[in-house]
Write a protein that binds this ligand. Sequence first.
Ligand code: SIN
Length: 284
Amino acid sequence: MSIEVRQAPNGFAGEILGADPECEEDFEAVHQAFLDHGVITIRNLPLSPEAQLAFSRRFGPLMGRRPSTPDKVLMPGQPEIVILSNRKENGENVGITDAGRYWHSDLCFEEEPNLGTIVHAIEVPPEGGDTLFADLGQAYATLPDDLKSRIEGKRAAHTFRKHYLEVMAEGSPRPPLTEEQFAALKETYHPIARTHPDTGRKTLFINPGHTTHVEGMDEAESQGLLDALFEHCLQPQFIYRHKWWVGDTVIWDNRRVMHNAEPYDMGRYTRHMHRTCIHGDRPF
Ligand code: SIN
């Protein structure tokens, strides 16, 4: 095997050098690193849209068009690729300019949420625009016993509506959802502590962006519990900060981590990335 997997110097993520996206043996090592670390970066792996799609499909079926994503930000002819970008063509944004600037797990509000996300960096700013990841597996493992018992057997509600309404009210430049898409944004309930289907480890499955309340609890108690959980999850020892390089392909496990993309100076710099999402199972 030619690939080298090493621990990121500043957190739980893994870094990989020398992976060939078309080689089955390399893929098995990449997949194992993905399960071991929760976030992995393959450095210097230029991927055409076609190569990214083929590589992403090795992890499972892709998610494609969703009610929460405006059609205008999908790559023309390849709707499984979402463009994250502040580039403009003919005066119009080609992608979502302000995607993911809050703690969340991608598409957690779906009945069968995203298993993993693959983002390939084509242009990155020299400062700002880092992505932070929080390890919710380690957060569950270190949860104080009283919090563990308070969430035992409990489910929480997830929705995209809350975040969408907030960013639109703040004047987000992203294209609006159609009425039909907005109407299709459902509220979904998932276990607060889920079992990772591949590793068997328990992880927390909540995030400040999309998780709105705990099922069967009054508002104050539910908010108090979620706030205590978020405070625990966002301690520095559970966070990995990813500083992007051109050619990075970062793969993260949405069943185990939540993430938050930091802003950058969009007047001075360009950040252009292609994102694919892999279909997951119903959490249990
Ligand atoms: C996202 O949340 O999908 C965007 C992440 C990023 O741009 O770093």
